[in-house]
Structures are given as structure tokens and as C-alpha cells.
Design a protein around this ligand. Structure first.
Ligand code: ADP
Ligand code: MG
Length: 362
């Protein structure tokens, strides 16, 4: 239980709001600085609800908290397994309900970095992490500049694992190539690299140590996995898009966020609140709405582009710019919808946190 570390005594700044979690800097009773990642698989609530039938179908079958617990359990299991194999990831500390506690990484998201002394080295290191993961039977599925932290010594840490899949997943190759492509694109556009990048072919990766089996075995059964999979697959490769939304809706708010540690004063545009309704157990609204998003998916290049081996040159700049524009448009729409705030729910989260309701098993 979290109490092993004398529990969390202080919650600090919000470090990030992603597609499925709120991440806070926190402090344990022993003064250790950690990160708590509060999973809210349903918090993408307003992400395009278009199909009412879908909505009702999923309304019956899953609650956000249930799925969020799966996400947390899964992420924690992956962190543990990868940590044991010396992957550059945060150190897993604990997992309780839908919350994962891990070490605070010293570093910034790669998105925020303007200059690198040796960008080629950083890029190739990251590609080698992707390869090593695949050798261990895993594909990250969201390996991009938003889920990579880098410190002053240009050492990288990879984060954000709930959506990771086994290399035996039917789409594993596609996900792998998409991860590699997104790194390639990022380093090409931002740092002008090209020939320096050591691209890798999925087919060349040899599976040596099947960590995926260990993790799946320690996680949950087939039924849960199936449900989880149906929800989480819409998240793969969307971090960037979601972060774009956050960047827009949260801009100008950063300074304020630094100043205080009051949970309730921050996070306009935080639609997590929607999910905390209904005694926190049946925020069916949220979970369901991740599904049925035809428009959105057509706007995502990763799902649409034919990914025929990563060795080929990237598709034309115009296409990616066009897609980007579309995304931004959608992001704006989403951002404005996300600004619907439910103060009741906010209060509830705050009081639960204050009471320590999230921590310990009583
Ligand atoms: P999401 O699934 O919501 O994208 P992430 O795990 O990517 O969640 O975390 C969101 C943000 O929180 C990250 O972009 C990063 O800025 C910050 N963050 C997450 N984990 C850590 C950590 N262990 N140390 C420092 N910052 C972190
Ligand atoms: Mg992320």
C-alpha cells in the first residue's frame, strides 16, 4: 500500500494532463519527491461522441474507474518489469486503485527542448529503446516527444505505458513503425537530422526476453483485457493531439500553477471532473465517449498512412501540414468543450485527496 512510503503527505504542482491521466508532483511523509499519476481513462470524455448506440452500449459495460484501475495496474506492471531490466523509465513505487506512484524524473518533455548538443545521439538512443522494448516483446505505442523526458545531460527517460502492447498483438508491427516514424519525423523537423538517424526495421528485431508474457500474467484476465483494449486502442498515438489541446487551453496558466498547490484552483479545461460524478464509480459518460469517432480518426495520419517499412522517406511536408491544421482545428473545438467545469466534482476530488481517501487500503 501507499502507506509503505508513509503515504503521500503533500500534493504539489500538476505536471501534466494527458489523454488519460492527471499527473502531480507529490511528496511522501519521508520527504521523497514522487509523481502520482491519477488515471482517468474516461477523461477524454468529449472526444467526439457521435454514435449514440455506441454510447449506450459502453455505458452498460464499463465504468471509468474500473478501466482506470486497469490502466494503472497495467502501467505499474510494465514499469516494474521494465525497471528490472534497466530501461530508462521512472522507478515504480506503488499502485493503488487508479493511481500509480513513481519516481519524479529530473527532466523536461522533449517537446519543450529547443536545443540539443547531440540530437542524433538522443534520437538513436530512443530508437534503440524502441528496439530493446521489442526484443523484450513490447511496443510502446505512444513513443513520441511528449512521452520522453530529457535532462541537462541529455539522458532520456521514457514514460506513459498503459497502452503498450505485446509484440504478439496483431497490430504490433504497425505500432512499432509508427513509434519509429514519429521519432524520425520529430528529429528531422526539429533538429534537421536525416542520414544520422539509424532507422530500424521491425522484421529485424529479434525477440529475446518475453516480458510481455510476464506482465500479462501478472495483470488481469482475458475479459478485462478485451474491454480495456477496446477503449485504449483509441488512445494510441494520440498523445500529441491531446497535448496540443492542453497547450492551448492551459497556456498562460502555467505560472499560476507553479505558484500554488491547491488542487481545486488549477486546471480549467480539465474535463476530468466529468468523470468524478456518480460517487466516483459510474462515470459512464466519460468512458463511453472515447468511442465512435470516425472524423477524428480520419484526421490522424498514423492510422491512415500506409506504413510500409520505416526505411522509406517520409510523406510530403504538405500532407503533414494539412493534417496538422485539421488537428489544430479539432483541438480548438475540443478545448472549448473541455472548458465545461463541474465545481461539485472538483470539490469532491479535493476533499477525497484531503481525507487521504485515495491512499491506503484502510
Ligand atoms: P498521459 O497518459 O496523460 O499522457 P503521462 O504519463 O504522459 O500521462 O504524463 C503526462 C505528463 O506528466 C508528462 O508529459 C510529463 O510532463 C509529466 N510526467 C509524467 N510522469 C512523470 C515523471 N515520472 N516525472 C516527471 N514528470 C512526469
Ligand atoms: Mg503522455
Amino acid at each position: 500500500a501507499l502507506s509503505k512510503r508513509d503515504s503521500i503527505t503533500r500534493i504539489g504542482n500538476r505536471l501534466g494532463v494527458g489523454k488519460e491521466a492527471d499527473v502531480y508532483h507529490a511528496e511522501t511523509g519521508e520527504g521523497e519527491h514522487v509523481v502520482i499519476k491519477i488515471h482517468r481513462l474516461g477523461r477524454t470524455s468529449f472526444r467526439a461522441v457521435k454514435d449514440k448506440r455506441d454510447y449506450h452500449k459502453h455505458r452498460q459495460s464499463a465504468s471509468w474507474l474500473y478501466l482506470s484501475r486497469l490502466a494503472a495496474t497495467r502501467e505499474h506492471a510494465f514499469l516494474k518489469a521494465l525497471h528490472e531490466h534497466n530501461f530508462p523509465i521512472p522507478v515504480p513505487i506503488d499502485c493503488n486503485r487508479h493511481i500509480v506512484v513513481m519516481s519524479l524524473v529530473d527532466g523536461y518533455p522533449l517537446t519543450q527542448i529547443r536545443e540539443l548538443g547531440d540530437p542524433a545521439k538522443v534520437c538513436n538512443t530512443l530508437l534503440s529503446v524502441a528496439v530493446r522494448l521489442a526484443e523484450h516483446g513490447l511496443v510502446h505505442c505512444d513513443l513520441n516527444e511528449f512521452n520522453i523526458l530529457i535532462n541537462d545531460d541529455e539522458e532520456v527517460t521514457v514514460i506513459d505505458f498503459p497502452q503498450m502492447v505485446s509484440t504478439s498483438h496483431q497490430d504490433a508491427q504497425e505500432y512499432f513503425q509508427r513509434d519509429v516514424e514519429s521519432l524520425y519525423k520529430f528529429f528531422r523537423h526539429k533538429f534537421g537530422l536525416d542520414e544520422e538517424i539509424q532507422l530500424v526495421e521491425y522484421s529485424e528485431v529479434k525477440r529475446t526476453e518475453p516480458l510481455d508474457v510476464v506482465v500479462e500474467a501478472s495483470g488481469f484476465g482475458e475479459k478485462e483485457l478485451g474491454e480495456f483494449e477496446s477503449v485504449i486502442q483509441t488512445h494510441r498515438g494520440v498523445d500529441q493531439e491531446q497535448e496540443d489541446v492542453d497547450a492551448e487551453s492551459d497556456s498562460g496558466e502555467d505560472g499560476e500553477a507553479e505558484a500554488g498547490s491547491d488542487l481545486s484552483t488549477r486546471g480549467s479545461g480539465n474535463d476530468a471532473e466529468e468523470c468524478i460524478d456518480n460517487e466516483g464509480f459510474q462515470a459512464t459518460l466519460a468512458v463511453t465517449e472515447i468511442n465512435g469517432q470516425p472524423e477524428e480518426q480520419t484526421a490522424q495520419p498514423p492510422t491512415n498512412e500506409p506504413i510500409a517499412g520505416v526505411q522509406r522517406k517520409m510523406t510530403s511536408l504538405e500532407i503533414s501540414q494539412k493534417v496538422r491544421k485539421q488537428r489544430q482545428k479539432q483541438a480548438k473545438k475540443q478545448a472549448s468543450r473541455r472548458n465545461v467545469v463541474k465545481s461539485e466534482a472538483k470539490k469532491k476530488v479535493k476533499s477525497e485527496l484531503a481525507e487521504g481517501a485515495f491512499w491506503g487500503y484502510d
